[in-house]
Structure formats: structure tokens, C-alpha cells
Write a protein that binds this ligand. Structure first.
Ligand code: BGC
Length: 739
């Protein structure tokens, strides 16, 4: 633990400039071991004797800084000599400045802060400590400006001036060891095109939308200036398009030293595929000087997939890139505009897919830890974690968003089988259900509050973001769903759940009485009072949620599924659901005998569909089904991210149903293999690395037969359900079936 160290800051407010903290120290005896612990309310990079410690970036990551902050720990024994210098660069990062919705300084500090502790053990057993206090010198740095949304200025001609001694801050928070993944640089991409746009802009195309930054290796005259801007797409005329970044300037400015320079921002990142050279001090542009570097949490890949339809394969690659782009320490909605926030709804819809693609146990554990810290005493869970509204106590609970508190811990348990983790999250789950219980009162229906509803569904008013499905219907549906998850979790943990079973029954009967009269959907819109003469509203999402959350009676299931299929047909054969309905629609169909309709939705190419963006060159998931319309114009400027992972939730169906791999027992100790082959696709293969080893399933059409190749590691059994056959139990090894 960081001992005796104080939070320190620059003696004056340097605004958005990065500062350097500096301290010399001697080792008078032989050093056996030296460990340094560093943290920041901001972002830090630490150096001993000019050598960078660690290779992670954006440390210490983003947490609910006012409640807790991680520290990094590095063994620096090999870095030390007799006379040493420790230096720490500090920028504002997520902690200070314009991050959040309306909130310039959410964490009660207007300046970034740093804390560090060096612990030296000598070979004779003696110990020494060096920690941050008011003896450290503070200098300006060559990074003269850095803001998360707006970009960074690096001036290699700027001299580093002494600002004075550090000031001790009385900021208080909990320091915790790093619980999440480190954030590191991953893929490096070279430009695949140099474009001169109709408006005369010079633009580099990296061929892939991603999150990170562009590195420029260059040598030129001292004082020469480079200005770069970032964009995800070009407009229909082929010009650089930045309107969808909203107020985020995303501008990196570099002033050349006259020697060999390597430029990249280190305290902020961008979401982009294209880079505009707004100023460039050379006539010739050598694309070889530029690399795009993808930056994300260091999670290990676990899943893999391919099939005989190249567009579905591209969709899968886009889903993977959507995850890489938005799993930068916190699960974010998008990486480019003035948001990049931990929206809880987006995270819960994508979580099952995320857990197939990568090992995200540590990643989510850290984020759920912040969620629990921020949970209000009455159980309310926010719509954004870490919260970064002006008033940190201002928690905004929203249905389908705050339910991440129940859904994600349960999904983590299914994917990784870690009971201890489920136990850790159980109080938060319970308190969230209690919050909804209080809100619902004796009606057992949650009809109050401000919600996002079926966000961005296409069935609503075209001027509104909310879909048509009434939010009170959705809120009560999620109340039931989260309560059912709590009961399952409680049973696993040996908790007393009978009270929640009773609660669940009450919610279900209230729900049926209100919304499902005579075995049919009975809904009126949000804006109208329930009256006799009002037409009954039907939406795809209402049917989807009723089916998936087990809200309709078993006897009415077939009717509900049939109506869902009819509504799809009435809507020109397309899915009109938004954030809350979309992750479930294919499951709702295939679980009720309509796998063929689910496949038709998946393979549909006209707008709206999953493959429509592929036909428009998408390399990541779009926020809106019609982000780019048929005529090439944009859906809107202010809610039009081209890197939003939410609709990538469909991969959970592709892997779990089309290929057919799903855990039956948590952690895949027992796996359900229920493939759904489709001749039109030819083949599909999925693999997943589990703690037992790798599970693989492939189906393919050969001559007049369908072949199934199944691979199971030691310690895993499978329940195999081939179409039209009785279930079989399989043990470890390779299995082949030809039908
Ligand atoms: C975000 C979403 C988020 C939503 C809340 C948006 O601005 O980008 O993805 O969930 O607000 O409805």
C-alpha cells in the first residue's frame, strides 16, 4: 500500500498542460529490491533515470476517482544506480477537464494529482521509502495541452521550466491495487490510401475504424508544425466528416524539434479511420511515416468464428473491432465524440458477446466494482459508470441500463463459473432489485422515473431517440427479469430467496394483469392515458421481451411468437427494435420455432439490417441502423457514432445458436451443443478457450450431407442436440457426425 505518501499537484493551475514531477535520490547501500507504486487523479507516465517504467498507457485507468483509484506497482530494482532521478509526467486524462455530460470537474479537484511511493530494500535488510510530498520539483513539459475530447499539443521546442515545489492536496479517496487489465498498445496499421478530397483536404485512410492514435515518425525543420484531425467516415462527396464528433475537437498539434521526432498523444485517444493533415510542413507526404495504433485493455482473445458467408465474417470482424474500440478500461458507448462514457445499458446488451470474444473477467470486475461503489443507499444504480455528472451523488437509474447490475454479474458467472465473484456482486444485485421494488410500491409495476426505453428503435417518432415500446412496460419487464436473475444467483450461493420468489410472482401477475389481457398484448403508448377507446399498441420489442423474459404464459407463447413474426413481415421483413429489443430478437424467434425467420433477419442486406452497413464499407458497428442512409446522407449529426458496439450483441446468437455453443454449467464445464446448420451459408465454425481447454464446433454441407465436427477438452461434457434427433451426451475428444 502507498504509505505516508501525499497526493501532490503543480504549484499553479497549468490548465490543460502536462506537468512533470521530479525528485533525486541516492542509494547508499546495495539494493536488493525496489518497488514503486504510483497512482494519479489523471494519467501518469513514470521514469527512473530517464527510462520509462512499465509499458502500459493511460495509467492508472478510469475508476470512480472520488471513491477509489487503482495504483500501479512496478519492480524497478534493475533501473537503479547510486544517484537516481524519478520523474512522473501527469496529465488530466479522464479525471479533470471536459469529460462527462455537463461536467467539467467532477472529482472535486481542478488539477490533476499524483501519488507515489518507492520502497527500497537493501541487501543488509534495511529499508527506505521515498514518497510524494512537497519536496518534489514541478516542471512544465513539452505537452502544452491535453484534453480527452479535444486532443493534444506536443511542442518539441518548448523548454521545460521549473514551476516550483509541489503542493500537497487534501484530496481523499481509496487507493486500491490494480484490479482491471492494463491498457496497452496493440495492432499497428499502415495507411492504405492517401486521399485528396474534393474540398482539397489531404487525408490518410487506415482502412479500419479503431480507437487509439496515429504515430508520426518525422524529421524536419525545427519549429515546423503538424496538425492532424480524426474522422470515422467521409461524407457522400468524399470529404472529411467530423460533425458526428459533436464538440470533441480531436486535434493533435505537433511542433518539430529539428531532430528525429516520434509524435503521438499520450494523455488522450481518438476514434477514427481517417486522418486529415490540416497542416503539414512538407510538400511530399510519405505514408510510411504514419501508423495507426489500436489501444485497448489487455484482455486475451478466447472466441473465434468463421462461416461460408463473407459478409457475416465481416460483421464478426466489425463486432470484434467494436469491442476493442470500446473496451479501453471502461465499457464505453463509443470512442470518438464528446461522450466515451461507461453507459450501463450498452454494456449489459453487449456483455454476453464480449465474454465469448475475450476473457473480460478482470475488465468487468473492475467496472462492476465502481458500479457497486456508486450504488446509492436506496439501491439506485446509475446509467453511467463511472458517474461523471456535475454532482456525483446525482445517480440516474434507468431501466435496461441499471439492470446491468444484475445481468452482467450473472453472465460473468455463466461464462467463467466464479462463484466467489458472484457472491461479491450479490449485495449490489439485491439492492438494485430492492430499489425497483420500492419504486413500484404495492402495484409491483415500475411506472415512474425517466428512462431511455428501446433506445434508437426505428418504430418511434422519427424525431425522437426513444422507440415506441412504452417505457413503463419495459421497466416492469426488466424488474421481473432482474428479480429472476437475483433468484438464480441466490440459489447458486445458498441464499434464502423465497421472499424474492414471492416478489417475482407478484410482478408477473401484475404484469400479466396490466399488459397481457386474454393471452394477448395489451399496451397503450407512453404518452396516452389508458382508456377504452385507445388502440392497442404492438411493437416487436414488446413481444421480444415478453417471450425472452418469460412474461407471457406458456400457453400464449406460440401466439406471441407468431405475432412477432407477423410484425416483422408487416415491417417489410425487418427488425425495428432498438438497444433493448435487438439483442433478444433472434433468440426470441429461434427459441420459439422460427430459426428460419431469425436467419432471414441476420442475412438481410437492405436497410435496416446488420449487413446493410457492411455493404456501405463499415469496419465497426454503427450506433444507428441507418447511420448512412441509402442516398449517402447521414442519419443525424448528434447521435451517429460509427463505432458503437450495442448491435454487435447479435454475435451471442451467431455463436450460441447458429454454431450452437452455449454453457450449460457455468464456465462451460458442461456445454450445450445445438447447431442450426443452414445450407445457404455452407459452413460455420466456432471455437472458445475455456479454463478446461478449447471447445470447437463446426458444421458444413458436403454432397447431400451435413457434417458436424466437435472437439471437447478434458473435463468437459456436452449435451448434443442435432436437428430432429434425440439428445446425446459426449465426453472429451473429437467427435464426428454425418447426417
Ligand atoms: C449514448 C448511448 C447511451 C445513451 C443513453 C447516448 O448518448 O451514446 O449509447 O446508452 O445515450 O440512452
Amino acid at each position: 500500500m502507498i504509505k505516508n505518501a501525499s497526493w501532490i499537484k503543480a504549484p499553479i493551475d497549468t490548465d490543460a498542460a502536462v506537468v512533470k514531477f521530479h525528485r533525486d535520490f541516492c542509494c547508499e547501500k546495495h539494493v536488493k529490491k525496489c518497488v514503486v507504486q504510483v497512482s494519479a487523479i489523471g494519467i501518469f507516465y513514470a521514469y527512473i533515470n530517464g527510462k520509462r517504467i512499465g509499458n502500459d498507457v493511460f495509467a492508472p485507468g478510469w475508476t470512480s476517482y472520488g471513491k477509489r483509484v487503482q495504483y500501479r506497482e512496478y519492480d524497478i530494482t534493475d533501473f537503479l544506480c547510486d544517484d537516481n532521478t524519478v520523474e512522473i509526467e501527469l496529465g488530466r486524462g479522464w479525471a479533470v477537464g471536459s469529460v462527462g455530460l455537463t461536467n467539467p470537474y467532477p472529482y472535486q479537484t481542478k488539477q490533476a494529482l499524483v501519488i507515489a511511493n518507492l520502497h527500497i530494500t537493501y541487501t543488509d535488510g534495511a529499508e527506505d521509502y521515498l514518497f510524494t510530498d512537497d519536496t518534489w520539483d514541478v516542471y512544465t513539459s513539452k505537452v502544452t495541452f491535453s484534453e480527452m475530447y479535444h486532443g493534444e499539443t506536443v511542442d518539441m521546442t518548448a523548454s521545460e521550466k521549473l514551476l516550483g515545489k509541489a503542493k500537497v492536496s487534501d484530496f481523499e479517496t481509496k487507493l486500491i491495487p490494480t484490479v482491471g487489465e492494463l491498457i496497452v498498445e496493440h495492432e499497428r496499421l499502415s495507411p492504405c490510401g492517401l486521399i485528396h478530397t474534393p474540398e482539397g483536404e489531404v487525408v490518410l485512410d487506415f482502412g479500419q475504424n479503431l480507437t487509439g492514435y496515429v504515430e508520426i515518425k518525422i524529421r524536419g525543420d525545427r519549429g515546423g508544425k503538424i496538425v492532424v484531425h480524426y474522422a470515422e467516415v467521409l461524407d457522400s462527396d468524399g470529404n472529411f466528416y467530423t460533425d458526428n464528433m459533436r464538440s470533441a475537437r480531436n486535434e493533435n498539434v505537433y511542433i518539430l524539434s529539428g531532430e528525429n521526432d516520434v509524435f503521438k498523444p499520450r494523455f488522450c485517444f481518438q476514434g477514427f479511420r481517417y486522418v486529415r493533415l490540416a497542416e503539414y510542413p512538407f510538400e511530399e507526404i510519405d505514408p510510411g511515416c504514419f501508423s495507426a495504433i489500436a489501444v485497448y485493455s489487455n484482455m486475451k482473445r478466447t472466441g473465434d468464428f468463421s462461416c461460408g458467408n463473407e459478409k457475416i465474417n465481416q460483421l464478426y470482424r466489425n463486432i470484434l473491432w467494436g469491442q476493442k474500440s470500446n473496451f479501453l478500461d471502461v465499457p464505453t458507448d463509443c470512442p470518438q465524440r464528446d461522450e466515451r462514457l461507461g453507459w450501463t445499458g450498452d454494456a449489459q446488451v453487449f456483455a454476453p458477446t464480449a465474454m465469448i470474444n475475450y476473457d473480460v473477467k478482470r475488465f468487468f470486475t473492475k467496472w462492476l466494482g465502481d458500479m457497486a461503489e456508486e450504488q446509492r443507499d436506496d439501491g439506485a444504480i446509475g446509467d453511467i459508470v463511472p458517474n461523471c455528472r456535475r454532482n456525483l451523488e446525482d445517480i440516474h437509474p434507468a431501466t435496461g441500463w441499471s439492470d446491468a447490475a444484475c445481468i452482467i454479474p450473472w453472465e460473468l458467472y455463466l461464462a467463467y463459473g466464479d462463484k466467489a465473484l458472484l457472491r461479491e456482486h450479490y449485495p449490489m444485485m439485491k439492492n438494485w432489485v430492492e430499489y425497483m421494488r420500492k419504486e413500484s410500491g404495492c402495484k409491483y409495476l415500475w411506472t415512474s422515473g425517466e428512462h431511455y426505453g428501446d433506445w434508437l428503435a426505428l418504430d418511434g417518432n422519427p424525431d425522437e431517440y426513444k422507440g415506441l415500446t412504452p417505457t413503463h412496460f419495459i421497466a416492469s419487464a426488466f424488474f421481473a427479469h432482474s428479480t429472476s436473475i437475483l433468484i438464480k444467483a441466490g440459489k447458486v450461493l445458498g441464499e434464502e430467496v423465497s421472499e424474492y420468489e414471492k416478489l417475482y410472482e407478484k410482478i408477473i401477475s401484475a404484469f400479466r394483469a396490466e399488459y397481457l389481457k386474454d393471452g394477448k398484448l395489451h399496451l397503450v403508448s407512453d404518452n396516452r392515458k389508458n382508456g377504452d377507446d385507445e388502440p392497442i399498441l404492438e411493437t416487436q420489442t414488446a413481444y421480444v421481451l415478453a417471450l425472452r423474459f418469460g412474461l407471457c404464459e406458456e400457453k400464449d407463447r406460440a401466439y406471441f411468437a407468431k405475432r412477432l413474426v407477423e410484425l416483422i413481415a408487416e415491417n417489410g421483413g425487418c427488425n425495428t427494435c432498438g438497444f433493448l429489443g435487438t439483442p433478444h430478437i433472434l433468440h426470441a424467434l429461434s427459441e420459439n420455432g422460427y430459426t428460419d425467420v431469425a436467419y432471414r433477419l441476420l442475412l438481410r442486406e437492405e436497410s435496416p439490417s446488420w449487413l446493410y452497413p457492411i455493404n456501405h464499407g463499415a469496419t465497426t458497428m454503427w450506433e444507428h441502423w441507418n447511420g448512412i442512409k441509402e442516398d449517402g446522407s447521414f442519419w443525424s449529426a448528434d447521435m451517429n457514432s460509427f463505432n458503437h458496439y450495442a448491435y454487435g450483441a447479435v454475435f451471442d446468437w451467431i455463436f450460441g445458436v447458429a454454431v450452437g455453443i452455449k454453457p450449460i454449467k457455468p464456465g462451460y464445464k458442461e456445454v450445450g451443443i445445438v447447431p442450426h446448420p443452414l445450407e445457404e451459408i455452407g459452413f460455420a465454425e466456432g471455437r472458445i478457450k475455456t479454463s478446461y481447454g478449447e471447445i470447437g464446433v463446426k458444421w458444413y454441407y458436403e454432397n447431400a450431407y451435413v457434417c458436424y465436427d466437435i472437439e471437447l477438452p478434458e473435463g468437459v461434457t456436452a449435451r448434443l442436440d442435432l436437428p430432429g434427433e434425440d439428445a446425446l451426451t459426449l465426453g472429451s475428444g473429437r467427435h464426428r457426425f454425418v447426417r
